[in-house]
Design a protein around this ligand. Structure first.
Ligand code: PEP
Length: 251
């Protein structure tokens, strides 16, 4: 059985005080939950404080991006070693905002995935289609290309130590959530595609749904057989919402 995972993606939000308040609420609020892993991915400058706040708790932490390069002359970048210095467990790679606003293509994302994983971090690989692509029935093709770039570079077994997040771009930050059936259909596609190469990897892989998940829709989404939790943006900044979403993952 796959353990459910709920990851908050704080994006470029919060400040030192707000983050502490949020963590002070979600630590006790999720403490009694069983069979669900909770994590938050914070902006880089706050990771040391997040580590300090979470280190003896049940909540894991991580980053929202990482460089594909080794230490060196890459102004403004952050290397995997730096994330490991602060005991990050997870790192998001290929979020659609990185792809669309910062020009990350499938190959770059695959390199980031490989770099993170070979250093011992767990990459959360984001895949998903635009509304235009969905409307012309290109969803599976787009996702297949995004996955294939990673599998080609790292091999199918590398997915063992990773998480995939299906995030339809039209649902991110828009308040428009994929229906549980729409999300399940893509999750099942992803799992069956991987199963063609390795059934064990596919069976154990956590595939998260992301895109306007809230307390009010989380239970229905998480009840789907191939949805193993969520990657949560806006709602992860509101303590009660995030706690409820984590609780929904437990049921
Ligand atoms: C995200 O940024 O990964 C996300 C899913 O955002 P939201 O929950 O706000 O749609």
């Amino acid at each position: 059985m796959r353990t459910k995972l709920v990851v908050g993606n704080w994006k470029m939000n919060g400040n030192f005080v707000q983050n502490q308040e949020l963590l002070n609420a979600i630590i006790p609020g999720t403490k009694e939950l069983r069979n669900v892993i909770c994590a938050v991915c914070a902006p880089y400058p706050y990771i040391p404080a997040v580590q300090l706040a979470l280190k003896d708790t049940h909540i894991f932490w991580g980053a929202q991006n990482v460089s594909q390069f080794d230490l060196g002359a890459y102004t403004g970048e952050v290397a995997v070693e730096m994330l490991l210095d602060f005991a990050c467990r997870y790192v998001i790679v290929g979020h659609s905002e990185r792809r669309s606003l910062f020009g990350e293509d499938n190959h770059t994302v695959a390199e980031k995935f490989k770099k993170a994983q070979s250093a011992g971090l767990i990459p959360i690989l984001c895949v998903g289609e635009t509304l235009a692509q969905r409307e012309i029935d290109e969803t599976e093709r787009v996702i297949e290309e995004q996955l294939d770039a990673v599998i080609k570079l790292t091999g199918i077994n590398s997915l063992t130590q990773s998480v995939i997040a299906y995030e339809p771009i039209w649902a991110i930050g828009t308040g428009r959530t994929a229906t549980p059936a729409q999300a399940q259909s893509v999750h099942a596609f992803i799992r069956s595609k991987i199963a063609k190469q390795n059934t064990e990897v596919a069976d154990n892989l956590q595939i998260l749904y992301g895109g306007s998940v809230k307390a009010s829709n989380a239970s229905d989404l998480f009840a789907m057989p191939d949805i193993d939790g969520g990657l949560i943006g806006g709602a992860s900044l509101i303590a009660n919402e995030f706690i409820s979403i984590c609780s929904a993952a437990q049921q």
